[in-house]
Design a protein around this ligand. Structure first.
Ligand code: ATP
Ligand code: SF4
Ligand code: MG
Length: 394
């Protein structure tokens, strides 16, 4: 087994040089296209499919051009985030949750990380939208932190240890509203600190991050994220570093502020309990693709994809005694060489005849519920197939 693994991950010097040359050629070309500040607006302006959505991911493909080959971290992902709603994104580690959100912010580690296909439509609220995939850096700087903001997993590393809290919150307002005076900016920061439940706002304004507790630091990160009243807040594991009581307080706070600002939340988490309590819609990802999406009720009460069924079986239920919690057997396929059949097939206990064919289509099984699995092929309506990008053609 060990020698098999060694063999499959072995790359000859010649192959390695070929990969390096290929990566350099492709990423240079893509970077050149992105750097064009005078790009015609028509190339990145589009229309939402449904104006009730703030963001629409449409067959998004984000790949990493790594030394061992192309990692298809996100490959044909489609889902929507409706205005004023919370969408929970779940799935096991490495399935592409963070990479999807980083693609939306254009914060991928470049030049190796590139969104090579699909559209990410962001609603501008005036009947038009930006296709973030083609939006130039100069425009992204106006959107990031202003109209879309992000709360990271680890509040200590998200804050700069050498600057006072006040300066760090002020910076966001100053950057996006240069017309405000220093006093107005400070007043706005104090207002935000109060809004996120900091009692001693004047004191905290002058403190450094190390003088605050974990829960307070995460509140500061939320204040920074909300300083410009964004229409979308991306919360990537916002409470993983906090204890359970603080976790509940932070989630309540986030939910209340979202309603106050009429923002939407993209909530990325491993914690199904958090999703059940907060989300209106849930997207389940597996190996860089969406395997199931629907309302929270659809996913928790009628899980339909074998992976989601496994996830639900593996969560502890209060009052239900079990000898051992269920765990899904097997592993995720190698991201550099994904199979051309259902990515879950090697772990699936519910396979049928059709599963030996190509990757399954997205199938609508109710108005709100879509599953990517052959088990529903005869009863549901086929919505489409997730599309990969042929990297050799780039
Ligand atoms: N900078 C990078 N270079 C190469 N591959 C990367 C890079 N960042 C992410 N990946 C790959 O992309 C895939 C998806 O990663 P991602 O961070 O989105 O996972 P995730 O679903 O957020 O996992 P977690 O729950 O652990 O945060 C992984 O296979 C990872 O190895
Ligand atoms: S398509 Fe087949 S192999 Fe894939 S999850 Fe559905 S039943 Fe399992
Ligand atoms: Mg992540």
């Amino acid at each position: 087994m060990a020698s098999d693994n060694k063999k499959s991950s072995y790359i000859s010097g010649r192959e390695s040089r070929r990969i390096t040359r290929f990566n350099r050629r492709v990423t240079r070309k893509l970077e050149k296209e992105r750097a064009d500040a005078n790009k015609d607006t028509a190339l990145y302006t589009t229309k939402m499919k449904d104006p009730r959505n703030v963001v629409e991911f449409d067959n998004v493909c984000t790949y990493f051009f790594s030394d061992v080959g192309v990692v298809k971290a996100v490959d044909g992902v489609s889902y929507e985030i409706p205005v004023g709603k919370t969408v929970g994104v779940v799935g096991e580690s490495g399935c592409g949750k963070s990479v999807t959100s980083l693609s939306l912010m254009q914060l991928l580690q470049r030049p190796s990380g590139q969104t090579v296909g699909g559209e990410i439509r962001f609603n501008l609220g005036d009947g038009t939208a930006y296709n973030i995939v083609n939006t130039p850096n100069a425009i992204m700087e106006k959107i990031r932190g202003n109209r879309i903001s992000m709360i990271f997993q680890e509040p200590m590393t998200a804050l700069n240890p050498v600057f006072r809290i006040g300066d760090q919150v002020d910076e966001v307002t100053l950057l996006h509203h240069p017309e405000l005076s220093k006093e107005e900016v400070k007043a706005r920061t104090l207002e935000m600190l109060e809004l996120v439940g900091i009692a001693n706002k004047e004191g905290v304004y002058n403190m450094y991050p190390h003088e605050l507790s974990g829960g307070m630091r995460q509140r500061i990160c939320i204040a920074i994220a909300l300083a410009c009243s964004p229409s979308l807040i991306i919360a990537d594991e916002p409470t993983t570093a906090l204890d359970v009581t603080i976790q509940a307080q932070i989630l309540d706070l986030l939910q209340n502020l979202k309603d106050k600002l009429n923002s939407s939340i993209m909530l990325i988490t491993h914690d199904l309990g958090v999703v059940a309590g907060m989300a209106d819609y849930v997207v389940v990802m597996y190996a860089g693709r969406v395997v199931e999406k629907g309302t929270t009720d659809d996913i928790f009460h009628h899980p339909s994809h074998p992976y989601t069924i496994g996830l639900m079986k593996s969560k502890p239920v209060v009052g239900k005694k079990v000898e051992e919690l269920y765990n899904i057997p097997g592993n995720v396929p190698n991201p550099v060489e994904m199979p051309n059949y259902c990515y879950f097939r090697d772990r699936c206990e519910m396979q049928c005849e059709r599963c030996h064919g190509d990757y399954p289509p997205e199938i609508r099984i109710s108005d709100t519920h879509i599953v990517t699995c052959y088990r529903y092929f005869d009863e549901g309506e086929i919505v489409g197939y997730p599309k990969s990008v042929d990297v050799e053609a780039l």
